[in-house]
Design a protein around this ligand. Structure first.
Ligand code: ATP
Length: 585
């Protein structure tokens, strides 16, 4: 076991994201007064050990310490609580409550999309968490299914938002690197992608994408590269899938507005989603269905959205400004919508454009000690001369996309041998061996999503009608006052699935059997069928001519003899000739 500070022992890696590795850990000693939760010896916790490059960055360390109070005070039933922050040598770690359950990305992958009612009620709880954090001035900035953990709460599924503050730590506002965005390309709001000022509305955009993905199984904007996806966030309008009922689409569409000020506040979003959930279920009353259809009126924007400090100063390049011939770092293999958070630019120094301070090595040191240069976050950065970007270096947008590509790694379920801390995992007794992802089971078979609150869920009909998301019968109606998921059977927490083994090489092709010769009697090898037929006709004509010319047939026909008479005459002549020959001897 590896100690983290004097109070925690790392036991088993749970997974790895772009910003660090999360471990199951044990509390060794009660934490001191600096921790939000003192904890008891033996208590299990989750610890996110930040990546070395972040821990080596003096700016990040400073922010880590500065934001300690912000992170530690954030408590809500739908937010994973940060209990403690540990700074020890070059190790930075966040101690969190351990959540026993899969994350939403994994759950979705294994079980398929949610019904509209289940998706609405689940997202409403996430919106509750956002409302609480926005009220406290904290913007998540990286909302996506992988950052929602599903706690098993006595057989009920309880969503909990995690990674709060990670974007704040990983971002580098002190360097005003406005050409970077913090987030994951599939979920990033247009203003973040463009480097414009960000507010709590970026989380509402992320919630809209997440909601769309919950009901359809995939985010609305896809592309072969991260840049294509970002372009779509900026310019494409999302299309309503036929399975999404109208009231739910109204909510999604409003969350995905390109203009942040047109998106609803988190509080209004939560309220609206509960109205939608009540109105599109099979047991909805006409009044509830009517209220759901009028949900647009509930989606008022936040009059005072929380702002993200340090974002949006300076002129930020937008994809439209970029020279398409030069900005596209190829993303071989296509863009993965569930890629990891993109947090830092590539380290290649390049022109940052007017008003930008670019010194990437101070943001992402290479280990050769540049962190020391940035020990004072308040230092004046060397000014970048104004003017257009120089042509010999990468375009800022290119840097950004390279960063996205470099970090385009999904959460990995760790092979202990590969883990940076090189620990063998010690699995808990009773844990099942890693499994391959299940096949999609269809809506009716989702262990969690099958029942949510009072609503029953069903396969979605092709043509959506608000009141027809009907689950056949079976399960009794539950009280609306318990809007929580309920599992038919309490599921065992599953160990995370390792990446699938590489596919075996395709078997060698059998050599083709020799082609069969044609059974056509007219077929003459080397000649086609038609040619063979013509050839045979020619032979018959020549044969007939020879018979006509060189046999007595012509005379027989001329004399009007029948065939038998002629044959008999011919036989008689032959007999006479033989007799003559014999008598001469
Ligand atoms: N508090 C927690 N309790 C239990 N498991 C957790 C906890 N926090 C994170 N995990 C698990 O650890 C894994 C890695 O988490 P992490 O947040 O680093 O990944 P991510 O969000 O996919 O990556 P990124 O940093 O790119 O957003 C995830 O599979 C997640 O389910």
């Amino acid at each position: 076991m590896r100690p983290v500070g004097s109070k925690y022992l790392l036991e088993e890696p749970l997974g790895r994201g772009a910003t660090g590795t999360v471990w199951r850990a044990r509390q060794n000693q009660t934490a001191g007064a600096e921790a939000a939760v003192a904890g008891q010896p033996g208590e299990m916790v989750a610890i996110k050990v930040l990546k070395e490059e972040l821990a080596h960055d003096a700016d990040v360390v400073m922010r880590f310490l500065r934001e300690r109070s912000v992170l530690l005070r954030l408590t809500h039933p739908n937010i994973v609580r940060t209990r403690d922050l540990v700074v020890e040598g070059d190790l930075l770690a966040l101690v969190m409550d351990l959540v026993d359950g899969p994350d939403l990305h994994r759950y979705l992958r294994e079980n398929g999309p949610f019904t509209p009612v289940a998706a609405s009620l689940l997202t409403a709880q996430i919106a509750d968490a956002l409302a609480a954090s926005h009220a406290d001035g904290i913007v998540h900035r990286d909302l996506k299914p992988a950052n929602v953990l599903l706690k098993d709460d006595d057989g009920r599924m309880h969503p909990m938002l995690t990674d709060f503050g990670i974007a704040r730590l990983a971002d580098s506002p002190g360097l005003t690197r406005t050409h970077e965005f913090v987030g994951t390309p599939a979920y990033v709001a247009p203003e973040s992608a463009e480097g414009r000022p960000q507010t709590s509305a970026v989380d509402i955009y992320g919630a809209g994408i997440l909601l769309y993905e919950l009901v359809t199984g995939r985010p609305p904007f896809a592309g072969a590269t991260a840049l294509e996806v970002l372009h779509q966030h900026l310019s494409a309008e999302p299309r309503r899938p036929t399975t999404v009922p109208e009231p739910l689409w109204t909510v999604i569409e409003r969350c995905l507005r390109k203009r942040p000020e047109e998106r609803p506040s988190a509080e209004n979003l939560a309220r609206a989603l509960r109205v939608v959930a009540a109105g599109v279920g099979v047991h909805s009353s006409p009044a509830e269905a009517e209220a759901a259809l009028g949900v647009g009126a509930l989606l008022a924007p936040d009059p005072q959205p929380a702002t993200v400090p340090g974002t949006g100063q300076g002129a930020a390049p937008v994809p439209g400004d970029a020279d398409p011939t030069q900005v596209l770092p190829s993303n071989a293999g296509g863009y993965d919508p569930n890629a990891a958070t993109s947090v830092l630019p590539s380290t290649g120094a390049g022109p940052a454009g007017p008003g930008l301070h670019a010194d990437p090595t101070q943001v992402l040191p290479t280990g050769s000690g540049p962190a020391g240069n940035s020990a004072d976050p308040t230092r004046a950065m060397p000014p970048v001369p104004p003017g257009p970007p120089q042509s010999d270096g990468p375009h800022p947008w290119q840097n950004q996309m390279a960063a996205a590509r470099d970090r385009n790694e999904q959460t990995q379920y760790l092979d202990p041998g590969e883990d940076p801390l090189r620990r063998r995992p010690t699995r808990r007794p009773g844990q099942q061996p890693p499994q391959q992802p299940q096949q999609h089971q269809g809506y009716g078979q989702q262990p969690y999503g099958g029942q949510y609150g009072q609503q029953q869920y069903a396969p979605q009909p092709p043509a959506p009608q608000p009141q027809q998301y009907a689950q056949p019968q079976q399960q009794p109606r539950r009280q609306r006052s318990q809007p929580r998921y309920q599992q038919p059977q309490a599921p065992q927490p599953q160990p995370y699935t390792p990446p699938p083994a590489p596919e075996p090489a395709a078997p060698r092709r059998e050599p083709r059997p020799p082609r069969q010769r044609s059974a056509n009697p007219m077929h003459i090898p080397g000649l086609g069928c038609l040619k063979g037929c013509l050839f045979m006709i020619l032979i018959l004509v020549i044969g007939s001519w020879l018979v006509w010319e060189f046999t007595p047939l012509k005379d027989w026909v001329a004399n009007g003899k029948s065939f038998w008479d002629a044959a008999w005459d011919w036989i008689t002549s032959v007999k006479n000739w033989i007799s003559d020959v014999a008598s001469k001897k």
